[in-house]
Design a protein around this ligand. Sequence first.
Ligand SMILES: *[C@@H]1O[C@H](CO)[C@@H](O)[C@H](O)[C@H]1NC(C)=O
Ligand SMILES: *[C@@H]1O[C@H](CO)[C@@H](O)[C@H](O)[C@H]1NC(C)=O
Ligand SMILES: *[C@@H]1O[C@H](CO)[C@@H](O)[C@H](O)[C@H]1NC(C)=O
Ligand SMILES: *[C@@H]1O[C@H](CO)[C@@H](O)[C@H](O)[C@H]1NC(C)=O
Ligand SMILES: *[C@@H]1O[C@H](CO)[C@@H](O)[C@H](O)[C@H]1NC(C)=O
Ligand SMILES: *[C@@H]1O[C@H](CO)[C@@H](O)[C@H](O)[C@H]1NC(C)=O
Ligand SMILES: *[C@@H]1O[C@H](CO)[C@@H](O)[C@H](O)[C@H]1NC(C)=O
Ligand SMILES: *[C@@H]1O[C@H](CO)[C@@H](O)[C@H](O)[C@H]1NC(C)=O
Length: 496
Amino acid sequence: MRFFSVLGASALLVAPALAQTWTSCNPLNTTCPEDPALGINHTFVFNTSTTVANSFNITAGAITYDDNGAGFTVAKKGDSPTIQSQFYIFFGSVSVIMKAASGQGIISSIVLESDDLDEIDWEFMGGNTTFAETNYFGKGNETSYNRALYYPASSNVQENFHNYTVLWTSAQLQWLIDGQLVRTLPYADANGGANYPQTPMTVRMGIWAGGDPDNSPGTIEWAGGLTDYSKGPYTMYVQSATVNDFSTGKAYEYSDHSGSWQSIKVIQGTSAVNQTIVAAATPHLSMAQKFQALPQTTKLAIYGGSGAAGALLLAAIVFSCIRQRRKGRRERDAYNAQVEQEREQAYRDQMELREKGLGGWDKKEFDHQGEDALGGWGGSYVPTTSANDLPAAASKFPGNVTVNEVPSRTNSPALPRGVDPVSRMQTPSLASPAPQSPRAWSGGNQGGLVQNAGNAYSGGYGANPNIPRSPSFPLSPQVPQQRGPGGYNSGGYSRF
Ligand SMILES: *[C@@H]1O[C@H](CO)[C@@H](O)[C@H](O)[C@H]1NC(C)=O
Ligand SMILES: *[C@@H]1O[C@H](CO)[C@@H](O)[C@H](O)[C@H]1NC(C)=O
Ligand SMILES: *[C@@H]1O[C@H](CO)[C@@H](O)[C@H](O)[C@H]1NC(C)=O
Ligand SMILES: *[C@@H]1O[C@H](CO)[C@@H](O)[C@H](O)[C@H]1NC(C)=O
Ligand SMILES: *[C@@H]1O[C@H](CO)[C@@H](O)[C@H](O)[C@H]1NC(C)=O
Ligand SMILES: *[C@@H]1O[C@H](CO)[C@@H](O)[C@H](O)[C@H]1NC(C)=O
Ligand SMILES: *[C@@H]1O[C@H](CO)[C@@H](O)[C@H](O)[C@H]1NC(C)=O
Ligand SMILES: *[C@@H]1O[C@H](CO)[C@@H](O)[C@H](O)[C@H]1NC(C)=O
């Protein structure tokens, strides 16, 4: 049994309102913003907070997550954690795998609710371990109380997960428990269609205490008796919800104030949830992760191959890591894509150089420097002191690039004792110690942007300790809590 009221200030004082059944804008007598559509079929799995963060609003309380799924708990008076989908479906099916809460007077519920208060319900009374209540409302009409019908599940609804399905078309409404049809409501049977739910619905799930002593006697009776909070907490668990939207589009719009399904306009496009889901399905790896994920051969090629390609890529990774920390997610993605592209190009260039026998191998330098000539490392090589020693291969290097830095090595045997090596950030001076010649790329040892693998992310930048090697990013935005505990809605309609 439920009651209808338009909440006013005084109602706020008395009614622990059912958090699910309210609307912030009723299109029957005003013009409301269009409803964002789901527009696709999707199974929302509530094993982490991400699903709720991405696709639902928490309209009251807080949700917990564990092996059972999302937990909705009444621990004390006024608790009524509730979520509401950010999307609407316009006919469709909803299958929720859930376990109801125990506790006399505690109501676990799945509610489909539209802007003009069409409503389809599953409700579970905590004092009843066997039965589920099915119910519906059209345009908030509650003048008749014979719509609620109760059906048993095959086993205890509080100890076992069951599959509670609503299958909703313009012709009929069906309720199924574990795939077994329990109730069918043809359109005409709902007051000639006038009370038939037929406008775009959000999906809401939550728990509240219908048996709170402050509720009306009718509500307490319907809920199965007074709630004893001292015997709690009482928790409802939702594992998943498969939601199939039978309309495809990005939004639904009331084209008039009739509230009839024929008046609903489907606006074509890709829904926001679709976009979120597609984005979530595309892994967002950091550049560090991407680098780790590269095949070993590629990594080796990058480390030790043609100096230019490897150094450019690693520089790109370093830049990317720094930039990632500073920029927004979207920009980061775009940048990652660009770096990815550059990586591929660099790799292709490198392969091409190899095929042509260029890059990464310079016999003269190799004879002179040993493995350090293979690029990318600097190794123990200490730059030569005279411009005459510049490698012959310098001519391969594109003319407009000059690298003014050389690897600095505190343990360099080539530097006189007590003389500091040239800082990477400085332009080498001609004064003591020995002149550090500007060096042109030889295809060999100019990979000196990076000193060693373990230091790859900071190596090129003077090993600034303030630059973390594995930046971490907040991957999912925090969803601000919409309402205070109790889920009161002062603006719209509420039923309890
Ligand atoms: C229209 O709005 C008024 C107040 O805003 C409300 O009292 C009335 O019930 C609404 N009518 C319908 C059909 O929702
Ligand atoms: C999401 O939208 C795209 C169009 O942008 C569409 O191709 C795709 O099928 C949609 N995804 C699903 C799961 O329907
Ligand atoms: C969604 O599922 C329904 C069956 O529940 C099916 O008829 C419909 O084609 C599906 N829609 C999409 C976009 O896959
Ligand atoms: C959550 O469920 C999804 C879909 O079944 C699965 O891909 C994912 O690995 C699960 N995550 C965790 C943390 O269990
Ligand atoms: C969810 O919350 C956002 C942000 O407050 C709001 O813009 C949006 O209308 C809410 N969605 C629904 C269906 O209430
Ligand atoms: C559970 O609900 C059903 C349907 O209302 C009722 O017949 C049954 O007696 C209830 N059981 C308990 C223990 O209240
Ligand atoms: C509300 O529903 C009752 C019966 O279900 C019906 O007699 C009455 O006309 C309805 N009221 C409105 C305003 O549709
Ligand atoms: C729940 O029941 C519906 C209706 O029979 C079915 O389509 C769906 O696959 C079931 N879901 C699960 C997870 O078993």
